[in-house]
Design a protein around this ligand. Structure first.
Ligand SMILES: Nc1ncnc2c1ncn2[C@@H]1O[C@H](COP(=O)(O)OP(=O)(O)OP(=O)(O)O)[C@@H](O)[C@H]1O
Length: 335
């Protein structure tokens, strides 16, 4: 068995009630069955190999958390099949939960009012981890994530960055072969982010831990994942190497024109007709940022025509960043 996750035609439908206002409206909707069925996850299929670190990305509401909830057994699929670590997450629950670790960045897994080490102790019991296993594994985790001084503090007294490091440590108490991380670096400062990324790389290398990572921070994905699965309105729109995604855009570059003065509507039409996509305009600074085909001949012709027509202050050309590539895929559907 080489796969950690196998998803086949997975679907989750929710009832979307037509929002009548107030409690009475909500009850009326419920009893009059005034709702539409909306697929949050729409017949998706993908596999993740053991030891892979995969970025699971998509805009708000794309269906990422719903997928993770089905993969961890929190939600039951409407249809389709899921196999995680060779098991159905809804059967053999006790055995199953021992093989996964979960971090939901937006929701605490730790008990709010008790000291972190008490939470750890309770989880150790839940997962039936022996004292020896705990000491051997967790002393390293605690040291690497630098959470030793936090262990006797109640969770409610921790900062977000401190709590997230403790959440990650808690997900690792039983050293699971598979980690689901749903926005683990949300709201964290750069140093904590770097620490968490470094740590994830380390456990992946040391234990061959499989990681499915959901984040809106593409620098997390670039730092950790070779592969991305991209979701849009519940459907997979890209599944492949991050590098390949970049290469498919290798023939495009971004050009920033800064003019000396405001250009008028007619000139803007000329500009948009000659550029592939103008996507950012700062009228105050007379700046226009656009994607162009990276064919050198075409770029120099374009620049010559712009220079002859406008009073130019500055022109900058650069490779399109991954962030822009992905934004453009969502906006324009290019892959
Ligand atoms: N319990 C629920 N009942 C009804 N609709 C739901 C429920 N949970 C999620 N949805 C809907 O399903 C869709 C997908 O939501 P989901 O939370 O999976 O998106 P997401 O990709 O994780 O978004 P985000 O990046 O904002 O966290 C959304 O339209 C959401 O409103």
């Amino acid at each position: 068995m080489n796969n950690a996750i196998v998803v086949e035609n997975l679907r989750k439908e929710f009832k979307a009630y037509s929002s009548r206002s107030g409690l009475a409206g909500a009850f009326r909707d419920l009893f009059t069955r005034n709702y539409k069925i909306v697929p949050a996850v729409n017949d998706i299929s993908f596999t993740v190999k053991k030891g892979e670190m995969v970025g699971y990305i998509g805009e708000n509401g794309a269906g990422k958390s719903t997928t993770i909830k089905m993969l961890t057994g929190i939600l039951t699929p409407t249809s389709g099949a899921v196999e995680v670590n060779g098991m159905n997450p809804h059967k053999e629950r006790e055995k199953f939960v021992n093989t996964i670790g979960v971090v939901f960045g937006q929701r605490s897994q730790l008990w709010w009012d008790i000291a972190v080490q008490e939470s750890f102790r309770l989880l150790k019991k839940v997962y039936k981890v022996s004292d020896e296993q705990y000491d051997e594994h967790m002393s390293h985790v605690i040291e690497t994530l630098e959470i030793g001084p936090l262990l006797d503090k109640p969770v409610r007294k921790l900062s977000l960055g401190q709590r997230m490091r403790c959440e990650l440590a808690a997900a690792l108490i039983h050293n699971p072969p598979l980690l689901f991380l749903d926005e683990p670096t949300i709201g964290l400062d750069v140093l904590v982010k770097l620490k968490i990324r470094q740590f994830l790389k380390e456990i992946n290398e040391k234990f061959n831990t499989t990681i499915l990572l959901t984040t809106h921070d593409l620098s997390d994905i670039e730092a950790l994942c070779d592969r991305v699965v991209m979701l849009d309105e519940g459907q997979i729109i890209y599944d492949g190497a991050l590098n390949q995604l970049k290469q498919s855009w290798g023939d495009k570059k971004e050009v920033e024109f800064q003019f000396l003065e405001q250009i008028d509507e007619e000139e803007l039409v000329f500009l948009t007709q000659n550029l592939e996509a103008v996507w950012d305009i700062d009228r105050r600074l007379h700046k226009y940022i656009a994607t162009v085909d990276a064919n050198d001949q075409k770029i120099s012709e374009l620049i010559a025509s712009v220079v002859s027509r406008f009073k130019i202050k500055d022109i900058k050309i650069q490779e399109t960043s991954t962030e822009e590539i992905i934004r453009n895929i969502y906006e324009k559907g290019f892959v």
